[in-house]
Design a protein. Structure first.
Lengths: 163, 321
């Protein structure tokens, strides 16, 4: 009962602010509306007892990515105070496409068996995640860090060339 | 789980926390700040309202409550009104994981330290939003400075957190305090992390010598220039809540938290916390403000590499000893 109520409230928060993100004419408001969206998703993680992921979600997405987006908007010439149209004349086409996608997803969700784990959830997920990242998933982990490192260096080189 | 009871408990604790922080943190903190400032600069500080100026902050708060709310005509009203709330709430949320005693904690989350860092990082959204919504170039500059500064200093702070969590073997704040009962205070084992944390924490709460976002002499108070009355007070409350939160976190992570002989745990905790608060105020009234490029260089070229190397050393030590 309580979980259902929390789920509905969190969904409402996430969806309403997500709609503001894609419809608002003010680009800064769009960016700021990302914060409640991310926090709503964080609530889902907590509901699913994935506290570590929830903490990371707030730290990275709500705290850092949003600020990065805001920063870029405010430093871009003409980015602020401008009224942007987020909708163009292709509305019917996009409604068709998204309806088709929704239909596909819903049919998949209905048919999936959704197996649940038999044993109890681990009490403390952080160490489990750390261990998985450094044993079974070490290759994925290292390749991801390499990609991030290359992106970082690329950003620095592009930023320096402008002088 | 009884949801009604949980919600009632959460509301009750939020009220207690808010009152505690507003009274002890912000009001007493401002008085302390002015008294210590006066003492360091050889002047008297507030003296006339109440005995030894003790009631000065209450008079100031009453004055702020009576002031008119002014919203600039060109401001983005919705964001303008929300921004102080984000800062204040993010500052208050920090306190959920602070253990005042073995059982005196709102919730001993098993991701306590991560939660603290996440909530501290939310403050910057409020500051940036406030700076932007004021529609004033000084406010915007203050907000942008704050954003670049807080993003830069979050990383060394996270490095300090990680080093401590590695040695304690847990992210829970109560667990970290208990780990210090066996091995002694982490300020001895983790001294570099302690120094990094203190510097990064001072920068995170935008205090002198890292107060570029407000910098009254160049930016006329930065991101909150346009705020009046209680909204301004909310920004101040958030800042003080965050500062006391950082001091409480330093106490928990490095100074053994509530542990100490003879006196009850909460007294020990407050003593240590106020020691750190005093240190932060001492720095504020002693050092001049840094230049922006020096500030960013300090974080990216000195604190962050030092933090990473310290994580590496900690890893070696706990693996091989």
């Amino acid at each position: 009962m309580g979980e259902l109520a929390v789920f509905i409230i969190l969904s409402a928060i996430t969806l309403v602010s997500a709609v503001v993100v894609v419809t608002s004419g003010n680009i800064v408001r769009s960016a700021l509306s990302l914060v409640p969206t991310f926090l709503g998703v964080t609530g889902f993680y907590i509901l699913l007892q994935a506290e570590f992921v929830a903490g990371i979600q707030v730290l990275i997405y709500a705290g850092a990515i949003t600020v990065l987006i805001l920063f870029v908007i405010m430093l871009t010439e003409g980015g602020t105070g401008l009224r942007v149209r987020q909708i163009n004349e292709q509305v019917p086409m996009s409604i068709l496409a998204s309806a088709a996608l929704a239909l596909l997803l819903i049919s998949v969700f209905i048919r999936a068996p959704w197996p649940t784990a038999k044993e109890a959830l681990p009490q403390y997920t952080a160490s489990g995640i750390g261990e998985a990242l450094l044993t079974n998933l070490v290759l994925v982990f290292e390749v991801t860090s390499l990609v991030l490192l290359v992106a970082l260096m690329g950003a620095i080189i592009i930023a320096r060339r402008e002088r | 789980m009884n949801w009604g009871l949980e919600i009632a408990k959460a509301v009750g604790l939020a009220v207690v926390m808010f009152t505690f922080l507003a009274v002890v943190g912000a009001m007493f903190g401002v008085l302390l700040e002015r008294k210590i400032g006066g003492w360091i600069q050889s002047r008297l500080g507030p003296k006339h309202v109440g005995p030894q100026g003790l009631l000065q902050t209450i008079a100031d708060t009453v004055k702020l409550l009576q002031k008119e709310h002014i919203t600039p005509r060109a401001a983005d009203v919705a964001i303008f009104n929300t921004a102080p709330l984000i800062v204040a709430v993010a500052g208050l949320m920090d306190w959920i994981v602070i253990p005042f005693g073995p059982t005196l904690i709102v919730r001993d989350l098993n991701i306590g330290v991560l939660f603290f860092a996440a909530m501290a990082s939310l403050t910057v959204v409020g500051i940036l939003a406030g700076g932007f919504a004021s529609n004033n170039k000084y406010s915007l500059l203050g907000g942008l400075r704050s954003a670049s500064q807080m993003i830069s200093y979050e990383l060394p702070m996270a490095a300090a957190f990680i080093a401590v969590a590695m040695q304690a073997g847990t992210l829970s704040t109560v667990g970290i305090v208990n780990a210090q009962a066996q091995r002694g205070w982490f300020v001895l084992w983790q001294f570099p992390a302690f120094v990094i944390f203190l510097i990064a924490a001072t920068a995170e709460v935008n205090r002198v010598p890292f107060d570029l976002p407000e910098a009254e002499s160049e930016l006329v108070a930065g991101y909150f220039s346009e705020y009046t009355g209680m909204r301004f007070a909310l920004f101040q409350l958030g800042e003080y809540a965050e500062m006391f939160g950082m001091a409480a976190m330093a106490t928990t992570l490095f100074l053994g938290g509530w542990r100490g002989p003879l006196l009850p745990p909460i007294i020990w905790f407050l003593l240590k916390m106020y020691l750190i608060v005093f240190f932060l105020m001492w720095m504020r009234w002693t050092y001049p403000r840094l230049r922006l490029d020096h500030l960013l260089n300090l974080s990216w070229k000195l604190l962050l590499p030092a933090g990473l190397i310290w994580i590496l050393i900690t890893g070696f030590v706990i693996t091989f000893f």
